[in-house]
Every structure is written in structure tokens, then in C-alpha cells.
Write a protein that binds this ligand. Structure first.
Ligand code: IMP
Length: 199
């Protein structure tokens, strides 16, 4: 059973592959399906995930899974939020911009969370199934660790005993991450789809 994953972010793709490995899909990338990256014009994670899933399902004729996710920092009014991927030109500059925005902000006001909306669309884009997940933590004073991707080195989950998300082994990140939680909520549907080829 083929499932298209509508992302052009390699870090996300690695995690989706790991999290969904036990379900047994043949996962295809946008490159495999020769599709361009979908637009992100919505103002919510949920709208963007649904738009990406339906647009790519309509173009490919395949069952399609999309993820829209980002980092929301309390002291920055929820930024970078849905603009996480576009907050600055590179991952390093994006992390530096968040750290600069929090310069001098004390630890108790450095709360943040990652949010992930996932959407699963039937071929053609007519029916859609959704789930969400989040992980709470804080922005540290410095970047630490080399795992994961994006903002992971500056985000310290409440449940990780002082380690940044980039310092966790991938299985540990996936067990508590926004993406892991959203996909776990969708998992019963995904298992049915992999087994029956339909929902
Ligand atoms: P989009 O969902 O393609 O708009 O991109 C989400 C952006 O949010 C990514 O490019 C990262 O900058 C950030 N992001 C989402 N999930 C994670 C994560 O698990 N770790 C670190 N950064 C993330």
C-alpha cells in the first residue's frame, strides 16, 4: 500500500519514516511522485496541513499524509508559529533569531511549545482525516545537541530532564514530540488503511 508524504523537509521525512515503520506502508516522497512542494498560505497549522494533503492527493491520485508544524514561543507572542520555516533564511539563523528575541528574558518566561497538525487525504482530495499533537518546554540560553533538525537544539522539553530535543535519541524524541503524538493519534486509521487499502 503506497502512501505519499507531502513534505519537502528531509528532517520531517526521516521522522515520519521512523514513526510509521511498524505500519508497513510504502512511503513515497514528493520527489518520488514528481510533485513540487505545495504552497503554505493558511493562517493555522491545521489549514496548512489540510491544504497540503488535499492538493497533493488531487495531483497524485494517492492517499496522502501532510504535516504542518512549528515552534510557538510565549514571550514572542506565539512566533515563529506557522512561519517557522520562513522565520529567517537558514536553520542556524532561525535559531539565532529566537535566541536574540529572548535575550535577557528570565527562565520562567521562556516557555514554548512545538505544535503539529497532520492531515490524511483520500486520493483526489475529497475526504480528510486530521490529528494534532504538541510538546511543551522552554527555550534554553544556548543551542545544544546534533540530533533532529530545525529548532531542536534550542528547545528543552519539560519531560526530557534538562536535555534539548537535539540531545535525545530519535526514538525518545518521537515518543514525546508533537509529530510523534499527532501520528500516534492517527495510527488506528493508518493501520486500517494499510490493511484494507481504504477507509
Ligand atoms: P512546515 O511545516 O513545512 O511549514 O515547516 C515547519 C518548520 O517548523 C520546520 O522547517 C522547522 O523549522 C520547524 N519544525 C517543525 N517541527 C520541528 C521539529 O520537530 N524540530 C525542530 N523544528 C521543527
Amino acid at each position: 500500500m503506497k502512501l505519499l508524504v507531502a513534505t519537502s523537509n528531509p528532517g520531517k521525512m526521516v521522522e515520519v519514516r521512523e514513526i510509521l515503520a511498524p505500519v508497513g506502508f510504502e512511503l513515497l516522497t514528493l520527489q518520488d511522485a514528481a510533485l513540487p512542494p505545495p504552497d503554505e498560505t493558511g493562517v493555522t497549522f491545521q489549514d496548512n496541513a489540510a491544504a497540503k494533503a488535499t492538493e497533493c492527493a488531487a495531483q497524485s491520485g494517492l492517499w496522502t499524509l501532510a504535516d504542518d508544524s512549528g515552534l510557538c514561543v510565549d514571550a514572542l507572542g506565539g512566533a515563529p508559529g506557522v512561519r517557522s520555516a520562513r522565520y529567517a533564511p537558514t536553520d542556524e539563523e532561525r535559531r539565532a533569531k529566537v535566541l536574540a528575541g529572548l535575550k535577557g528574558v528570565p527562565e520562567f518566561r521562556r516557555g514554548a511549545h512545538f505544535f503539529c497538525a497532520v492531515a490524511l487525504s483520500a486520493p483526489g482530495g475529497r475526504h480528510i482525516y486530521r490529528a494534532e499533537g504538541r510538546v511543551d518546554g522552554r527555550i534554553g540560553d544556548e543551542a545544544r545537541g546534533s540530533g533532529g533538525f530545525g529548532y531542536d537544539p534550542i528547545f528543552y522539553p519539560n519531560e526530557a530532564a534538562g536535555r534539548s530535543l537535539a540531545e535525545l535519541p530519535s526514538a525518545e524524541k518521537n515518543a514525546l514530540s508533537h509529530r510523534g503524538r499527532a501520528l500516534t493519534r492517527l495510527r488506528p486509521l493508518l493501520e486500517r488503511l494499510a490493511r484494507d487499502g481504504a477507509l
